[in-house]
Design a binder for this molecule. Structure first.
Ligand SMILES: NC(=O)c1ccc[n+]([C@@H]2O[C@H](COP(=O)([O-])OP(=O)(O)OC[C@H]3O[C@@H](n4cnc5c(N)ncnc54)[C@H](O)[C@@H]3O)[C@@H](O)[C@H]2O)c1
Length: 346
Protein backbone atom coordinates (compact mmCIF):
# COMPACT_ATOMS: atom_id res chain seq x y z
CA UNK A 1 0.00 0.00 0.00
CA UNK A 2 1.26 3.54 -0.77
CA UNK A 3 2.14 5.80 2.16
CA UNK A 4 -0.60 7.42 4.20
CA UNK A 5 -1.53 11.00 3.32
CA UNK A 6 -0.67 13.48 6.08
CA UNK A 7 -3.45 15.79 7.24
CA UNK A 8 -3.27 19.11 9.13
CA UNK A 9 -6.16 21.14 10.49
CA UNK A 10 -6.04 24.94 10.72
CA UNK A 11 -8.43 26.35 13.35
CA UNK A 12 -9.07 23.95 16.22
CA UNK A 13 -12.64 24.86 17.20
CA UNK A 14 -16.01 23.16 17.16
CA UNK A 15 -16.30 22.15 13.49
CA UNK A 16 -12.64 21.07 13.33
CA UNK A 17 -13.20 18.60 16.14
CA UNK A 18 -16.72 17.28 15.49
CA UNK A 19 -16.47 17.04 11.69
CA UNK A 20 -12.99 17.31 10.14
CA UNK A 21 -10.70 15.59 12.64
CA UNK A 22 -13.39 13.08 13.65
CA UNK A 23 -13.89 12.07 10.03
CA UNK A 24 -10.22 11.92 9.05
CA UNK A 25 -9.55 9.65 12.04
CA UNK A 26 -11.94 7.06 10.54
CA UNK A 27 -9.80 6.71 7.37
CA UNK A 28 -6.93 4.22 7.28
CA UNK A 29 -5.36 6.00 4.30
CA UNK A 30 -4.80 9.16 6.38
CA UNK A 31 -2.59 10.26 9.26
CA UNK A 32 -3.79 13.36 11.12
CA UNK A 33 -0.46 14.92 12.05
CA UNK A 34 -1.14 18.47 13.25
CA UNK A 35 -3.57 21.08 14.53
CA UNK A 36 -2.92 24.81 14.24
CA UNK A 37 -4.82 27.41 16.26
CA UNK A 38 -3.87 31.00 17.01
CA UNK A 39 -4.69 30.11 20.63
CA UNK A 40 -1.93 27.60 21.39
CA UNK A 41 -3.85 26.05 24.28
CA UNK A 42 -6.80 25.24 21.98
CA UNK A 43 -4.54 23.54 19.46
CA UNK A 44 -2.82 21.58 22.23
CA UNK A 45 -6.04 20.58 23.94
CA UNK A 46 -7.64 19.32 20.69
CA UNK A 47 -4.45 17.44 19.82
CA UNK A 48 -4.43 15.83 23.30
CA UNK A 49 -8.11 14.86 23.13
CA UNK A 50 -7.81 13.21 19.73
CA UNK A 51 -4.26 11.85 19.97
CA UNK A 52 -2.87 14.14 17.22
CA UNK A 53 0.93 14.33 17.60
CA UNK A 54 1.65 18.03 16.86
CA UNK A 55 0.05 21.35 17.89
CA UNK A 56 1.10 24.76 16.59
CA UNK A 57 0.06 28.40 16.84
CA UNK A 58 1.88 29.29 13.60
CA UNK A 59 0.82 27.69 10.30
CA UNK A 60 4.16 28.42 8.56
CA UNK A 61 6.00 26.50 11.26
CA UNK A 62 3.55 23.60 10.87
CA UNK A 63 4.20 23.43 7.09
CA UNK A 64 7.97 23.45 7.71
CA UNK A 65 7.86 20.67 10.29
CA UNK A 66 4.97 18.47 9.12
CA UNK A 67 4.68 18.83 5.31
CA UNK A 68 1.03 17.78 5.09
CA UNK A 69 -0.66 16.56 1.88
CA UNK A 70 -4.16 17.64 2.96
CA UNK A 71 -5.27 20.69 4.95
CA UNK A 72 -8.66 21.50 6.45
CA UNK A 73 -9.37 25.20 6.94
CA UNK A 74 -11.70 25.64 9.92
CA UNK A 75 -10.89 29.20 10.99
CA UNK A 76 -13.42 32.08 11.14
CA UNK A 77 -14.61 33.19 7.69
CA UNK A 78 -12.28 36.16 7.45
CA UNK A 79 -9.20 33.91 7.47
CA UNK A 80 -10.33 31.29 4.90
CA UNK A 81 -8.79 33.17 1.97
CA UNK A 82 -5.26 33.48 3.43
CA UNK A 83 -5.27 29.96 4.89
CA UNK A 84 -6.46 28.32 1.65
CA UNK A 85 -3.88 30.20 -0.46
CA UNK A 86 -1.12 29.28 2.01
CA UNK A 87 -2.14 25.60 1.93
CA UNK A 88 -2.15 25.55 -1.88
CA UNK A 89 1.25 27.28 -1.98
CA UNK A 90 2.50 24.47 0.24
CA UNK A 91 1.27 21.86 -2.25
CA UNK A 92 -1.76 20.66 -0.25
CA UNK A 93 -5.25 19.60 -1.23
CA UNK A 94 -7.74 21.71 0.76
CA UNK A 95 -11.12 21.22 2.38
CA UNK A 96 -12.32 24.67 3.45
CA UNK A 97 -15.29 25.40 5.64
CA UNK A 98 -18.11 27.50 4.26
CA UNK A 99 -18.50 30.27 3.28
CA UNK A 100 -15.57 30.12 0.85
CA UNK A 101 -14.37 33.64 1.71
CA UNK A 102 -15.47 37.21 2.46
CA UNK A 103 -15.82 38.38 -1.16
CA UNK A 104 -16.31 36.86 -4.64
CA UNK A 105 -12.91 38.29 -5.66
CA UNK A 106 -11.24 36.25 -2.91
CA UNK A 107 -13.20 33.12 -3.88
CA UNK A 108 -12.13 33.58 -7.53
CA UNK A 109 -8.49 33.91 -6.45
CA UNK A 110 -8.78 30.70 -4.39
CA UNK A 111 -10.36 28.82 -7.33
CA UNK A 112 -7.62 30.03 -9.71
CA UNK A 113 -4.84 29.18 -7.25
CA UNK A 114 -6.15 25.61 -6.89
CA UNK A 115 -6.30 25.22 -10.69
CA UNK A 116 -2.76 26.55 -11.06
CA UNK A 117 -1.43 24.28 -8.32
CA UNK A 118 -3.33 21.27 -9.72
CA UNK A 119 -4.74 20.55 -6.25
CA UNK A 120 -8.26 19.79 -5.03
CA UNK A 121 -10.14 22.66 -3.38
CA UNK A 122 -13.46 21.65 -1.83
CA UNK A 123 -15.94 23.54 0.34
CA UNK A 124 -17.99 21.97 3.09
CA UNK A 125 -21.45 22.61 1.65
CA UNK A 126 -22.58 19.39 3.25
CA UNK A 127 -26.35 19.50 2.67
CA UNK A 128 -25.83 18.64 -1.00
CA UNK A 129 -24.31 15.30 0.09
CA UNK A 130 -27.49 14.07 1.87
CA UNK A 131 -29.15 11.13 0.04
CA UNK A 132 -32.26 13.36 -0.20
CA UNK A 133 -30.37 16.01 -2.21
CA UNK A 134 -28.62 13.45 -4.40
CA UNK A 135 -31.94 11.70 -5.06
CA UNK A 136 -33.77 14.94 -5.95
CA UNK A 137 -30.95 16.05 -8.24
CA UNK A 138 -31.23 12.72 -10.13
CA UNK A 139 -35.02 13.13 -10.36
CA UNK A 140 -34.66 16.70 -11.68
CA UNK A 141 -32.12 15.54 -14.30
CA UNK A 142 -34.54 12.73 -15.29
CA UNK A 143 -37.25 15.36 -15.83
CA UNK A 144 -39.64 14.08 -13.14
CA UNK A 145 -40.46 17.62 -11.93
CA UNK A 146 -40.49 19.17 -15.43
CA UNK A 147 -39.48 22.82 -15.72
CA UNK A 148 -38.90 24.19 -12.19
CA UNK A 149 -40.01 27.80 -12.12
CA UNK A 150 -40.31 28.53 -8.38
CA UNK A 151 -37.90 27.42 -5.64
CA UNK A 152 -38.37 28.37 -1.98
CA UNK A 153 -35.31 27.94 0.23
CA UNK A 154 -35.60 28.46 3.98
CA UNK A 155 -32.93 28.53 6.66
CA UNK A 156 -34.83 30.03 9.57
CA UNK A 157 -34.34 30.08 13.32
CA UNK A 158 -36.83 31.65 15.73
CA UNK A 159 -34.13 32.52 18.27
CA UNK A 160 -30.94 30.75 17.27
CA UNK A 161 -28.24 33.40 17.41
CA UNK A 162 -24.98 31.47 17.98
CA UNK A 163 -23.69 32.19 21.48
CA UNK A 164 -20.10 31.17 20.65
CA UNK A 165 -17.49 32.12 18.06
CA UNK A 166 -17.71 35.31 15.99
CA UNK A 167 -21.07 34.74 14.29
CA UNK A 168 -22.50 38.14 15.33
CA UNK A 169 -19.42 40.11 14.22
CA UNK A 170 -19.80 41.42 10.68
CA UNK A 171 -16.14 42.29 10.28
CA UNK A 172 -14.88 38.79 11.11
CA UNK A 173 -17.83 36.82 9.73
CA UNK A 174 -18.93 38.85 6.69
CA UNK A 175 -22.63 38.73 7.62
CA UNK A 176 -25.30 37.01 9.68
CA UNK A 177 -27.75 34.19 8.88
CA UNK A 178 -27.30 34.53 5.10
CA UNK A 179 -23.59 33.76 5.19
CA UNK A 180 -23.90 31.25 8.03
CA UNK A 181 -27.01 29.11 7.39
CA UNK A 182 -28.86 30.63 4.41
CA UNK A 183 -25.82 29.84 2.28
CA UNK A 184 -26.35 26.12 2.96
CA UNK A 185 -29.91 26.05 1.58
CA UNK A 186 -28.82 28.35 -1.25
CA UNK A 187 -26.13 25.84 -2.20
CA UNK A 188 -28.47 22.83 -1.87
CA UNK A 189 -31.09 24.59 -4.03
CA UNK A 190 -28.57 25.66 -6.68
CA UNK A 191 -27.11 22.14 -6.74
CA UNK A 192 -30.50 20.49 -7.31
CA UNK A 193 -31.35 23.10 -9.99
CA UNK A 194 -27.97 22.51 -11.73
CA UNK A 195 -26.57 26.01 -11.05
CA UNK A 196 -28.76 27.97 -13.54
CA UNK A 197 -27.32 31.35 -14.62
CA UNK A 198 -28.46 34.23 -12.39
CA UNK A 199 -29.91 37.37 -13.98
CA UNK A 200 -30.61 39.65 -11.00
CA UNK A 201 -31.31 39.62 -7.27
CA UNK A 202 -33.31 41.77 -4.87
CA UNK A 203 -33.29 41.55 -1.07
CA UNK A 204 -34.33 43.02 2.27
CA UNK A 205 -32.24 42.63 5.42
CA UNK A 206 -33.31 43.40 8.99
CA UNK A 207 -31.64 43.92 12.35
CA UNK A 208 -34.60 44.00 14.74
CA UNK A 209 -34.11 41.34 17.45
CA UNK A 210 -30.42 40.40 17.70
CA UNK A 211 -29.57 43.87 18.96
CA UNK A 212 -32.40 43.76 21.55
CA UNK A 213 -32.40 40.23 22.98
CA UNK A 214 -29.41 38.47 24.50
CA UNK A 215 -30.29 34.79 24.88
CA UNK A 216 -31.84 31.98 22.89
CA UNK A 217 -31.60 28.40 21.74
CA UNK A 218 -27.80 28.53 21.35
CA UNK A 219 -26.82 30.45 24.48
CA UNK A 220 -26.17 34.11 25.14
CA UNK A 221 -24.69 36.93 23.09
CA UNK A 222 -24.00 40.62 23.57
CA UNK A 223 -26.70 42.69 21.80
CA UNK A 224 -24.37 45.73 21.86
CA UNK A 225 -21.86 43.96 19.58
CA UNK A 226 -24.46 42.36 17.31
CA UNK A 227 -23.47 43.89 13.93
CA UNK A 228 -24.97 41.40 11.44
CA UNK A 229 -28.46 41.12 9.96
CA UNK A 230 -30.86 38.90 11.98
CA UNK A 231 -33.25 38.17 9.09
CA UNK A 232 -32.96 38.44 5.33
CA UNK A 233 -35.33 37.79 2.44
CA UNK A 234 -34.10 37.60 -1.14
CA UNK A 235 -35.39 36.82 -4.62
CA UNK A 236 -33.01 35.47 -7.22
CA UNK A 237 -34.13 35.65 -10.86
CA UNK A 238 -32.60 33.21 -13.34
CA UNK A 239 -32.04 33.73 -17.08
CA UNK A 240 -34.25 30.66 -17.65
CA UNK A 241 -37.24 32.63 -16.25
CA UNK A 242 -37.41 30.82 -12.90
CA UNK A 243 -37.08 32.41 -9.46
CA UNK A 244 -35.57 31.30 -6.15
CA UNK A 245 -36.81 32.90 -2.95
CA UNK A 246 -34.61 32.67 0.10
CA UNK A 247 -35.69 33.35 3.68
CA UNK A 248 -33.09 33.16 6.41
CA UNK A 249 -32.89 34.27 10.05
CA UNK A 250 -31.04 33.93 13.35
CA UNK A 251 -34.05 35.49 15.10
CA UNK A 252 -37.56 35.96 13.74
CA UNK A 253 -40.93 35.59 15.39
CA UNK A 254 -42.12 32.45 13.62
CA UNK A 255 -43.85 29.42 15.18
CA UNK A 256 -41.14 26.86 14.38
CA UNK A 257 -37.86 26.83 16.29
CA UNK A 258 -36.00 26.00 13.09
CA UNK A 259 -36.70 25.37 9.41
CA UNK A 260 -34.00 24.13 7.01
CA UNK A 261 -35.62 23.06 3.77
CA UNK A 262 -36.11 23.77 0.09
CA UNK A 263 -39.30 23.42 -1.92
CA UNK A 264 -39.19 23.04 -5.70
CA UNK A 265 -42.27 23.77 -7.82
CA UNK A 266 -42.12 22.26 -11.30
CA UNK A 267 -44.65 21.94 -14.11
CA UNK A 268 -44.92 18.14 -13.72
CA UNK A 269 -44.49 17.85 -9.93
CA UNK A 270 -43.27 19.59 -6.79
CA UNK A 271 -40.79 18.43 -4.17
CA UNK A 272 -39.44 19.19 -0.73
CA UNK A 273 -35.84 18.38 0.10
CA UNK A 274 -35.67 17.20 3.74
CA UNK A 275 -36.96 14.51 3.70
CA UNK A 276 -37.18 14.13 -0.08
CA UNK A 277 -40.84 14.08 -1.09
CA UNK A 278 -42.09 14.37 -4.67
CA UNK A 279 -45.77 15.05 -5.20
CA UNK A 280 -48.32 16.32 -7.69
CA UNK A 281 -51.94 17.29 -7.83
CA UNK A 282 -54.57 15.02 -9.35
CA UNK A 283 -58.02 16.62 -9.48
CA UNK A 284 -57.40 18.53 -6.24
CA UNK A 285 -55.79 15.59 -4.40
CA UNK A 286 -52.14 15.53 -3.36
CA UNK A 287 -50.55 12.39 -4.80
CA UNK A 288 -47.12 11.28 -3.58
CA UNK A 289 -44.79 10.07 -6.34
CA UNK A 290 -41.97 9.16 -3.97
CA UNK A 291 -41.13 9.89 -0.38
CA UNK A 292 -38.41 9.20 2.16
CA UNK A 293 -39.59 8.76 5.75
CA UNK A 294 -36.81 10.70 7.43
CA UNK A 295 -34.10 13.02 6.19
CA UNK A 296 -30.52 11.76 5.98
CA UNK A 297 -28.62 13.55 8.74
CA UNK A 298 -25.21 12.04 8.08
CA UNK A 299 -24.42 14.83 5.62
CA UNK A 300 -21.29 16.20 7.19
CA UNK A 301 -19.33 12.97 7.09
CA UNK A 302 -20.56 12.35 3.53
CA UNK A 303 -19.18 15.72 2.49
CA UNK A 304 -15.81 14.86 4.06
CA UNK A 305 -15.91 11.41 2.46
CA UNK A 306 -16.53 12.90 -0.99
CA UNK A 307 -13.51 15.19 -0.53
CA UNK A 308 -11.15 12.43 0.62
CA UNK A 309 -12.34 9.99 -2.07
CA UNK A 310 -11.92 12.72 -4.71
CA UNK A 311 -8.36 13.41 -3.51
CA UNK A 312 -7.66 9.67 -3.69
CA UNK A 313 -8.77 9.68 -7.34
CA UNK A 314 -12.34 8.37 -7.16
CA UNK A 315 -14.81 9.92 -9.66
CA UNK A 316 -16.82 11.64 -6.90
CA UNK A 317 -18.21 15.14 -7.25
CA UNK A 318 -17.33 17.84 -4.69
CA UNK A 319 -18.40 21.42 -4.03
CA UNK A 320 -15.44 22.81 -5.97
CA UNK A 321 -13.70 26.16 -6.36
CA UNK A 322 -15.93 27.32 -9.21
CA UNK A 323 -19.21 26.49 -7.43
CA UNK A 324 -17.84 28.08 -4.25
CA UNK A 325 -17.16 31.22 -6.28
CA UNK A 326 -20.69 31.24 -7.78
CA UNK A 327 -22.29 30.92 -4.33
CA UNK A 328 -20.04 33.65 -2.90
CA UNK A 329 -20.96 35.90 -5.86
CA UNK A 330 -24.66 35.31 -5.18
CA UNK A 331 -24.28 36.05 -1.45
CA UNK A 332 -22.42 39.30 -2.22
CA UNK A 333 -25.09 40.36 -4.74
CA UNK A 334 -27.85 39.65 -2.17
CA UNK A 335 -26.10 41.75 0.50
CA UNK A 336 -25.50 44.55 -2.02
CA UNK A 337 -29.15 44.52 -3.14
CA UNK A 338 -30.29 44.68 0.51
CA UNK A 339 -27.92 47.56 1.25
CA UNK A 340 -28.90 49.56 -1.84
CA UNK A 341 -32.59 48.80 -1.60
CA UNK A 342 -32.68 48.01 -5.31
CA UNK A 343 -32.10 44.96 -7.47
CA UNK A 344 -28.59 44.03 -8.60
CA UNK A 345 -27.81 42.58 -12.04
CA UNK A 346 -25.19 39.83 -12.29
N1 LIG B 1 -20.42 23.41 7.41
C1 LIG B 1 -21.05 23.74 8.53
O1 LIG B 1 -22.20 23.41 8.75
C2 LIG B 1 -20.33 24.52 9.59
C3 LIG B 1 -20.68 24.38 10.93
C4 LIG B 1 -19.98 25.14 11.87
C5 LIG B 1 -18.99 26.02 11.46
N2 LIG B 1 -18.68 26.14 10.14
C6 LIG B 1 -17.64 27.07 9.70
O2 LIG B 1 -16.40 26.67 10.27
C7 LIG B 1 -15.61 27.81 10.61
C8 LIG B 1 -15.27 27.73 12.09
O3 LIG B 1 -16.44 27.66 12.86
P1 LIG B 1 -16.45 27.00 14.34
O4 LIG B 1 -17.88 26.89 14.72
O5 LIG B 1 -15.59 25.80 14.39
O6 LIG B 1 -15.80 28.20 15.15
P2 LIG B 1 -14.94 28.15 16.48
O7 LIG B 1 -14.93 29.54 17.00
O8 LIG B 1 -15.41 27.04 17.36
O9 LIG B 1 -13.45 27.73 15.96
C9 LIG B 1 -12.61 28.59 15.22
C10 LIG B 1 -11.17 28.37 15.73
O10 LIG B 1 -10.28 29.08 14.87
C11 LIG B 1 -9.26 29.67 15.70
N3 LIG B 1 -8.68 30.81 14.98
C12 LIG B 1 -9.19 32.06 14.85
N4 LIG B 1 -8.38 32.79 14.05
C13 LIG B 1 -7.36 31.98 13.68
C14 LIG B 1 -6.21 32.18 12.87
N5 LIG B 1 -5.98 33.34 12.24
N6 LIG B 1 -5.35 31.13 12.71
C15 LIG B 1 -5.59 29.94 13.32
N7 LIG B 1 -6.67 29.71 14.12
C16 LIG B 1 -7.54 30.72 14.28
C17 LIG B 1 -9.99 30.07 16.96
O11 LIG B 1 -9.11 30.22 18.06
C18 LIG B 1 -10.96 28.89 17.15
O12 LIG B 1 -10.39 27.87 17.97
C19 LIG B 1 -16.44 29.03 10.21
O13 LIG B 1 -16.04 29.42 8.92
C20 LIG B 1 -17.87 28.50 10.13
O14 LIG B 1 -18.67 29.19 9.19
C21 LIG B 1 -19.33 25.41 9.21
Amino acid sequence: MSRKLRVAIIGGGQVAETVHASYYLTRNELDVVAVVDSHTERAQSLANRLGIPHAFSDAAEMYRQCQPDIVSVCTPNRFHHEHVLQALENGCHVMCEKPPAMTPEQAAEMRDAARLAGKVLAYDFHHRFACDTQFLRDQVVAGVLGEIYVTNAKALRRCGVPGWGVFTNKELQGGGPLIDIGIHMLDAAMYVLGFPAVKRVSAHAFQKLGNRKNSGQFGEWDPKTFTVEDALFATVEFHNGGILRLETSFALNIPQQSVMNVEFCGIEAGATLFPAHIYKDEAGQLVTLSQKETADNNRHFKSMQAFVDHVLGAPVSIADGEQGYLIQQLVAAIYLAAERGESVEL
